[in-house]
Design a protein around this ligand. Structure first.
Ligand code: APR
Ligand code: PHB
Length: 387
């Protein structure tokens, strides 16, 4: 098979890149290791930056998001049993959209089905060859080996994919910070604790109250990343969540059985460069952020915006986009990595935090509450910096 762009990975990055390229007449193939059901079964993030919302709408896949998503004009921050609102709309004129990544993925699959995109599921042993010369990719399905010759390869295969590993060790530079805790998350068919998200800093640890819709709540509490999941019965989770949220919220929380429960590690990770010859890295393949700032999906989308534009212009005869892709994407990645690190550090209890660190965090949250300038800094980063 021959195509113009071979996309490795059929998560949000790969599906969105393929959608934008196909709409512009650039031929591509998507190779996904898992089944379609597996990809659609992933429970992931839930907040879309304003730029991501604009991107989905202009790509013709924003209809269900606009019909079923929830525009949020602000979020709540709480500490010492007291919450206050950061009003994005008043401070930046922008909102975010609460709409699950799972839904975005479903909308992308629907668009690809309608367009007849070639998405190979259960593609095994995907291997990148000769990215510096005549790039091609081999893989196997149903025991048969296939080869795809292409002009460019987009590594949209996430943190554990093969693309980043293809870049020679003397070329690739990585920076990582692993946080000393995880997020224990549950999904429950209960009324969300509040109309907007609540990020709570408590002396026993962080908590987040979020939602997917009026009848589906999404909650997280900071927990030891190596805690056995069976230690966290639903009752133990609800008790700890209510301990960490402000009392006026905690006493009205509707509890119920969890329909999904998992502990995820938190890390900040960036790989540079995001291009090596004819291979580009996109999304989680190049960077990971702690979920506190809700940046993971949104950074994947900004990478896709830059790379799709560059590839489409390349086939129109202009190569400057390809030359600048890595620097341009990384400039935004580092700023979002900084914000996610800042918000994670502020809102979580670190093992090494002593009385001084605790008072510094309380003082900064107090400053955030009472300074419009401080809230504006948080708001513009949360709704998303310009592309
Ligand atoms: N061959 C083919 N596909 C692969 C391979 C491989 N060797 N390795 C991984 N994949 C697939 C995975 O099965 C997954 O479907 O690549 C896809 C990568 O998707 P994500 O990990 O979701 O990364 P990305 O598309 O960049 O989206 C980032 O997803 O994980 C969340 O928090 C993250 O919200 C962020 C978003
Ligand atoms: C979620 O709803 O899953 C969610 C929301 C905001 C975050 C992280 C996760 O910062």
């Amino acid at each position: 098979m021959r195509t113009q762009v071979c996309i490795i990975g059929g998560g949000p990055s790969g599906l969105m890149l393929g959608h934008l390229l196909r709409r512009a007449g650039v031929d591509c193939v998507i190779l996904e290791r898992r089944s379609r059901d597996y990809v659609l079964g992933r429970i992931r993030a839930g907040v879309l930056e304003a730029g991501t919302v604009d991107m989905l709408r202009s790509a013709g896949i924003g209809a269900r998001m606009d019909a079923e998503g929830f525009p949020h004009g602000g979020t709540w921050v709480a500490a010492r049993n007291h919450g206050f609102r950061v009003d994005f709309e008043a401070l930046t004129g922008r909102q975010v959209m609460v709409y699950g990544q799972t839904e975005v993925t479903a909308d992308l699959y629907a668009a690809h089905d309608a367009a007849g995109t070639v998405i190979v599921h259960q593609a095994e042993g995907v291997t990148i060859h000769d990215a510096g010369g005549t790039p091609h990719v081999t893989y196997a399905t149903k025991g048969e080996t296939h080869r795809i010759d292409c002009d460019w390869i987009a590594g949209c295969d996430g943190f554990h994919g093969v693309s980043r590993a293809t870049i020679p060790a003397d070329v690739l530079r990585t920076v990582e910070r692993v946080y000393p805790f995880g997020w224990l998350g549950i999904l429950s068919r209960t009324r969300p604790a509040a109309a907007e998200l609540i990020y709570a800093n408590h002396e026993t640890g962080f908590a987040l109250a979020s939602m997917r819709n009026e009848g589906l709540s999404r909650y997280y509490i900071q927990a030891p990343v190596d805690d056995p999941l069976d230690k966290w019965t639903d009752d133990a989770f609800w008790d700890e969540l209510r301990r960490r949220l402000p009392a006026d919220v905690a006493e009205t929380i509707e509890t119920g059985p969890s329909i999904e429960k998992s502990i995820a590690p938190l890390r900040s990770f960036v790989a540079e460069p995001m291009r090596w010859n004819r291979l580009f890295l996109v999304g989680d393949a190049a960077h990971i952020v702690p979920p506190t700032g809700a940046k993971g999906l949104n950074l994947a989308m900004s990478d896709v915006a830059y790379l799709s534009d560059a590839l489409i212009r390349h086939y129109g005869g202009e190569d400057d986009g390809l030359e600048t892709y890595s620097d341009r994407a990384l400039a935004r990645v580092w700023k979002a990595t900084r914000f996610s690190w800042w918000f994670t550090t502020l809102m979580h209890r670190f093992p090494e935090d002593g009385a001084f660190e605790r008072r510094m965090k309380e003082a900064e949250i107090d400053y955030l509450e009472h300074s419009e300038a401080a809230r504006t800094v948080m708001a513009e980063n949360y709704v998303g910096l310009p592309l």
